[in-house]
Design a protein around this ligand. Sequence first.
Ligand SMILES: Nc1ncnc2c1ncn2[C@@H]1O[C@H](COP(=O)(O)O)[C@@H](OP(=O)(O)O)[C@H]1O
Ligand SMILES: [Mg+2]
Length: 263
Amino acid sequence: MTASQPNIHMIMNRILEIIEEAGETVMEIYRTDFEARTKSDSSPVTEADLAAEAIITPALEALLPNVPVVAEEAAAEGRIPEVSDGYFWLVDPVDGTKEFLNRNDEFTVNIALLHNRQPVLGAVLAPALDTLYWGIVDEKAWKRTGQNPPEEISVRSEQPEGITLAASRRHGDPALLEKFLAGRPLKEVRNAGSSLKFCLVACGEADLYPRFGPTCEWDTAAGHAVLQAAGGRITLEDGKTPFTYAKRKDFLNPHFIAWGGIK
Ligand SMILES: Nc1ncnc2c1ncn2[C@@H]1O[C@H](COP(=O)(O)O)[C@@H](OP(=O)(O)O)[C@H]1O
Ligand SMILES: [Mg+2]
């Protein structure tokens, strides 16, 4: 970014407008009787993904013309810009494909700005839950539900009754989880779809989100930004090595641990 480009707060405000617009488009498809159409050639998820990405990518390019956009659908078609430690965007227009298809409402639209291989800011919208999370790293994180005023969110410190885990309904390796938890008292497991697991930790409704299954960088960047802005962090499995971006040409992530306020 240059001095002539908008500041971080202006960028964040514009991202909230863009993500709401994309969310409305996703919801138009979600509200249709898409069950029947999954038998035809284009699945509703692909349709929703493409429609949302077609809103988000040009809007980001207009906002910061020199900043490359890495978006899930374009990447699937091989349209991937070169990125490294400069500014770039990561976009997952519909994260939680299974949640969308199962109509359990826990899918999200994700936009994050990266720099130096770390998130700078990000937004996660769950349009079917009418809930928006956003954060500016080293500043604050917020949550807005429906028309209510935004509330600041933050991670919670260690709870005496034990750890609440945020977990995927489908991904995870029970043996690795058991090994990771060794010695830590477990209070409960809260299942959630898509990047909402990061948001549960960011809000202090869960303490840890260990991910011992595959994800791509666009699945994690926006949730990572929200979590880090709320006082949390993400590390590799060792609990120490910082989790970074622009790692590989295919944008696949290694296993990771998303931490709230516990050590
Ligand atoms: N084999 C694989 N490679 C890369 N990412 C995978 C994967 N299997 C699942 N994922 C990612 O995990 C996400 C779903 O996680 P969860 O079940 O925790 O909600 C998927 O998001 P999409 O639904 O956007 O495809 C997908 O990106
Ligand atoms: Mg995804």
